[in-house]
Design a protein around this ligand. Structure first.
Ligand code: LLP
Length: 386
């Protein structure tokens, strides 16, 4: 997985750290862009997955737009070269300051998540003497078949405007002189590996589009959000997600009218596989039923296992050749029992000082990192930095 010379470089770097395989990232970007272009889909990378500046510049360089969920993400996207007219701004709780900032910057579109938000954006746009382009984020009530914490498209979730509120939303838009409705937005969840979910979403979106065309409202932009999952179990076998099938699904099942444009907002599928979290073994401890490996990386660098009980492949980089293999609970140093990356993980015999890799950590690891326990922030390196 890593060449001996790279491993040598790893040994001279302060752990824990994030390592990003730039060639794999570039390959992923090229593959995603090729499929999107083929099916005439515009891509907006979801910054929340990873907002590392060097990574963002590479993503921007491949021709992606940006999907942001905070004023600071909009700011970061602009700093990294994304053009304002390729930035969408979603989020259930945009503050007045964030809205004003994005209006001043003339972003492409606000994805609006409530009727109150429509009113606030209109008022702020009016005070800035501008018209804000908006898309209604509609909650389509489609089950993403993924972890409940990353399911967003069900009526019970806080996201988006529910179908029964559409009539009221439209009447607010009609009365709002400083809003321009340019699209509809949907996002039903993340780490979706059952692609029939997207087919179900298309069928639902077709019904919703019909509702609008029955009212002679033309919707120019349809944004289907993100959500494409990656293979956490076999990162070497499937380093790049199936963008071809993903993009083709929308062209196949959506009834797109002439002049309508399609947009997607992938995050995880772009960056997850290129990232690794490298940590050092501090201690190996004998437990009653199991042995513990205690790493110098914890839930502060990768919170996904603690928060979603998610699986990440874990390998011993420096002790891989030791014959004996054991089962270990791989944990971090944080004072929380949920600070555990994997239970009863089969690994080669592990010793203090070994380097361990936790795979598929390019998405929602660095961007969700914390300084809990007053820990230092882990550094991040791209291949060319070492
Ligand atoms: N668009 C919207 C409106 C979103 O809310 C999200 C993710 C995306 C796009 C990008 O979704 P992706 O392609 O990355 O699945 N922290 C969780 C994931 C939270 C996703 C939140 N929204 C995790 O580590 O699994």
């Amino acid at each position: 997985m890593f060449s001996p010379s790279l491993l040598k470089k790893f040994q001279s770097v302060q752990t824990p750290f994030y390592y990003y395989d730039t060639p794999l990232l570039l390959n992923t970007l090229k593959t995603a862009k090729r499929s999107a272009d083929k099916y005439e889909i515009e891509l907006h990378y979801a910054l929340k997955a990873n907002s590392n500046k060097k990574i963002l510049k590479l993503i921007k360089g491949t021709g992606f737009g940006a999907d942001c969920v905070s004023g600071n993400e909009v700011k970061r996207a602009l700093e990294c070269g994304f053009k304002a007219d390729k930035i969408v701004f979603a989020g259930v709780g945009k503050s007045d300051e964030e809205i004003r900032f994005a209006i001043k910057k003339n972003i492409f579109c606000f994805n609006c998540e409530s009727i109150d938000e429509l009113k606030v954006i209109n008022d702020i746009a009016k005070s800035e003497k501008k018209t804000a382009s908006i898309a209604l984020r509609i909650n389509p009530n489609v089950n993403a078949n993924t972890h409940k914490y990353i399911t967003t498209g069900l009526e019970e979730n806080k996201f988006g405007i529910n179908l029964w509120e559409l009539e009221s939303a439209l009447s607010v838009i009609k009365k709002s002189s400083h809003l321009k409705l340019i699209g509809l937005h949907f996002h039903v969840g993340s780490q979706i590996t059952d692609l029939t979910v997207f087919k179900t979403l298309c069928i639902k979106v077709n019904e919703i589009m019909e509702w609008f065309s029955n009212r002679t409202i033309f919707i120019e932009n349809i944004n289907l959000g993100g959500g494409l999952g990656v293979d956490y179990y076999n990162p070497d076998k499937n380093p790049i997600a199936d963008f071809e099938t993903y993009c083709s699904l929308f062209r196949k099942f959506l009834k797109v009218e002439p002049g309508q444009k399609l947009h997607l907002e992938p995050g995880r599928a772009i960056v997850a596989q290129c990232g690794s979290l490298i940590a050092k073994v501090l201690f190996v401890k004998k437990g009653v039923q199991t042995n513990f490996i205690i790493l110098d990386a914890g839930m502060t660098e990768l919170i996904r296992p603690a928060l979603y009980q998610s699986y990440h492949k874990i390998e011993n980089l420096t002790g891989a050749k030791r014959k004996e293999s054991c089962k270990y609970d791989v944990t971090g140093p944080i004072c929380e029992s949920s600070d555990c990356f994997g239970k009863a993980v089969d690994m080669s015999e592990t010793k203090r000082g070994d380097l361990i890799v936790i795979r598929t950590t390019g998405a929602y690891a660095e961007s969700m990192s914390l300084d809990y326990n007053l820990r230092d922030r882990a550094k991040a390196y791209l291949a060319e930095d070492l």
